[in-house]
Write a protein that binds this ligand. Structure first.
Ligand code: GRF
Length: 209
């Protein structure tokens, strides 16, 4: 990794396969990112072991130890800032972050969501997509704003829904796309190619959608 690589912190809650896609992209030289730390709000999350295996600092910050959401958020922000992160990446981070945290990292806080937003914000997206009978489903990388899963979209990938699909089968195909588009969106950010104007993302000066 070059010394000029952008400093990032990745926030997770679980297995960390999207984290792994970022680690792999850095390792393969596709992404100039210095992942300073991986922080999980769930102690023992499998993703923490992926960080350790990659030689990245891993730490748990258990949200259950805080009675107020704002206190958890400030403890989290403190850890992020101590690592001088220029970019904060949510990768399967299952806590809602309050407006103070979100505005602190305005324009440099990204999330990956397993649906074609604005369709199916929130949880259980694959089952809901199947129940709605959509023909196309997918994944979205977006900047985070205080509106849940409602921030400016950076990139999306579509996946065809197949007859007889189960939520698990569909999730597995969407996940392949997640692992492709998250490192891509982060790469564009590290290259300074993304900007946000009037709630829309521009890449190389052109609106992305
Ligand atoms: C992914 O589908 C992500 O889009 C969603 O939660 C899942 C996390 O998976 N927010 P992983 O922890 O990255 O494997």
């Amino acid at each position: 990794m070059s010394i000029s690589a952008l400093r990032a912190v990745v926030l997770i809650s679980g297995r960390g396969s999207n984290l792994q896609s970022l680690i792999d992209a850095v390792r393969d030289g596709r992404l100039a990112l210095d992942i300073r730390a991986v922080i999980s709000n769930v102690p023992g999350a499998a993703g923490l072991r992926r960080a350790e295996a990659a030689g990245i600092e891993s730490l748990a910050l258990d949200h259950r130890e805080f009675s107020l959401r704002e206190d958890f958020d400030s403890a989290l922000a403190r850890r992020v800032d101590e690592r001088r992160a220029e970019l904060v990446l949510l990768a399967g981070f299952m806590r809602i972050l309050g407006p103070a945290f979100v505005s602190r990292y305005d324009g440099r806080l990204m999330n990956i969501h397993p649906s074609l937003l604005p369709a199916f914000p929130g949880l259980d997206t694959h089952r809901r997509a199947l129940e709605a009978g959509v023909a196309v489903h997918g994944a979205t990388v977006h900047f985070v704003t205080p509106r849940l899963d409602g921030g400016p979209i950076i990139v999306q990938a579509a996946v065809e829904v197949r007859p007889g699909d189960t939520p698990e089968a569909l999730a597995a195909r969407v996940l392949v796309e997640e692992h492709r588009i998250y490192p891509l969106a982060v790469k564009w950010f590290t290259e300074g190619r993304l900007s946000i104007r009037d709630g829309r993302v521009f890449r190389d000066g052109r609106p992305v959608r």
